[in-house]
Design a protein around this ligand. Structure first.
Ligand code: NAP
Length: 455
């Protein structure tokens, strides 16, 4: 794929980039490897100071960064500014907490003294997607750098300006050249990077196919990986829920980032007693959303990031309808320039259709009706994915059943799923493995070293 910024609102090519040549790539890896050796001398206090500076840059220049995101991948401008602020929050969180989380831990044994220390692994390769083009990178890079690693970023080919801006933020915050490097390369280079002995580990956020490829090459080379892959999160609504809040949140949870979020609610599983009322409110809410130019402050849903994503979504809806699904609202692209798709609700969805079993990466909701909590849990789990889930109920016993019974990396009760630097984030099943954020994320790319002192 060519490395280019193409405005998804207009189709206009904003700028293109030449991929790194083999010698340039070699220089970047060598620089990262030598930067790692020197970075070990930088104290935790100094790393924290730099992260605070990165946070200040993100906060002060959030409008500029927001505009780059909106122009490159179509995110509504308000959400894009918020994304820059969220990255700043992660910088501040780890600046304040990383030293404590990485402190040696004493363990009482038969030894005179025994303890555990956390040491960095080295150069970590990050393969990242375009959908949260700043946040996905920061949520990996901030803990990784605080732990003493250095990062090579292979960002998605459609967000090169975001990639270069992030490199620049870390450099301006005081991190020396080579500690965080954006590599403008295509995905075919990833295998070579994984095989390079100077690259110690890798993290990938993206599709299942990309995850399988990275995991298998890393596996052959015995390198640690963290994978954050797709999701088809359930959003369960039971009769005791506050229906008005649940409906309002359902619309937001499906259409966040114009529907292109791994943790967007995708399958709405509603108890039959309240299903008609939920359906009316949900369909009305989806129909009211303002679809348009992401630079317009009033836009709720922007274009999809690329023509390919739009074509895939159209195809999934078409095949679902052919299999018997019914369109309650939307169901088509907008007849205008740009990659716009109408907010859509599907119902009567057969098990053999894409809307049942695949991830729909756009503003298309699948609505299901169930008789009870057991049926809701069975339907929620009838998927290869296991990223997150949201369940709405005010019944304490039901709440426990959802928390224990849903196969997912996170369950939110009476709230929409969101990531938070203070809590671990990640999936089970085909949604990946490993965790980001909190202390768990900080310790993914460290050598957990045991020390035993005999006498
Ligand atoms: P994608 O095609 O897998 O791309 C993600 C990254 O992987 C890009 O940098 C891409 O590079 C690279 N890539 C693609 N194929 C590769 C391969 N065979 N080997 C190595 N690298 C490869 O993903 P996407 O479709 O852009 O992103 C959407 C997917 O990401 C959805 O499934 C979504 O749910 C998932 N996602 C998951 C999370 C999470 O935290 N679990 C968060 C956000 C998104 P190029 O751009 O150069 O192709």
């Amino acid at each position: 794929m060519a490395i280019a910024s193409i405005n998804p609102t207009t189709g206009e090519t904003l700028t293109t980039f030449v991929e790194l040549s083999a010698p340039e790539l070699e220089r970047a890896i060598a620089l990262a490897a030598s930067a790692f050796r020197q970075y070990g001398e930088v104290s935790m206090a100094e790393r924290s100071r730099r992260m605070i500076r990165a946070a200040e840059i993100l906060e002060e220049e959030r409008s500029d960064f927001g505009r780059i995101m909106a122009l490159e991948m179509g995110k509504p401008i308000g959400a894009a500014r918020d994304e820059a602020i969220k990255c700043a929050r992660a910088c501040r969180y780890y600046a304040e907490n990383a030293e404590r989380m990485l402190a040696p831990e004493e363990v009482a044994t038969d030894a005179k003294r025994s303890y555990v220390v956390y040491q960095p692994l080295g150069v970590v390769l990050a393969v990242m997607p375009w959908n949260f083009p700043f946040w996905q990178v920061f949520r990996f890079a901030v803990p990784a750098l605080m732990a003493g690693n250095v990062a090579l970023l292979k960002h998605a080919s459609n967000v090169p300006q975001c990639a270069l801006s992030i490199e620049e933020i870390f450099r301006r915050a005081g991190f020396e050249d080579g500690i965080f490097t954006s590599l403008l390369v295509g995905s075919e280079v990833v295998g070579r990077l994984l095989e390079d002995p100077r690259v110690a580990a890798a993290t990938l956020t993206g599709s299942e196919d990309a995850g399988r490829s990275v995991a298998s090459i890393a596996g052959k080379n015995l390198k640690k990986t963290v994978l954050e892959l797709g999701g088809s999160d359930p959003f369960i609504v039971m009769p005791t829920a506050n229906l008005e809040t649940a409906i309002h949140t359902a619309v937001k949870a499906r259409t966040i980032n114009s529907g292109q979020s791994c943790i967007a609610a995708k399958r709405f599983i509603v108890h039959r007693d309240i299903a008609d009322e939920f359906e009316r409110g949900f369909v009305a809410g989806m129909a009211e959303l303002l679809v348009g130019d992401p630079l317009d402050e009033s836009t709720a849903v922007g274009p999809l990031a690329t023509p390919g994503i739009l074509a895939d979504l159209e195809d999934q809806v078409r095949r679902s309808v052919e299999a018997g699904a019914r369109v309650l609202v939307g169901g088509a692209r907008l007849e205008r320039a740009g990659n716009f798709y109408r907010p859509t609700v599907l119902t009567d969805i057969p098990r053999n259709s894409p809307a049942y079993s695949e991830e729909l990466f756009g503003p298309v909701a699948s609505l299901f009706r169930v008789w009870n909590a057991d049926e809701a849990i069975a339907l929620a789990n009838d998927t290869g994915f296991g990223l997150a889930a949201s369940a709405w109920t005010n019944d304490a016993e039901e709440r426990e059943r959802f928390i224990n019974g849903i196969e997912a990396g996170q369950v939110f009760i009476n709230a929409m799923v969101a990531s938070d630097p203070r809590l671990p984030f990640g999936g089970v099943k085909r949604s990946g493995y490993g965790r980001e954020l909190a202390a768990f994320g900080l310790r993914e790319f460290v050598n957990v070293k045991t020390v035993w002192i005999g006498v």
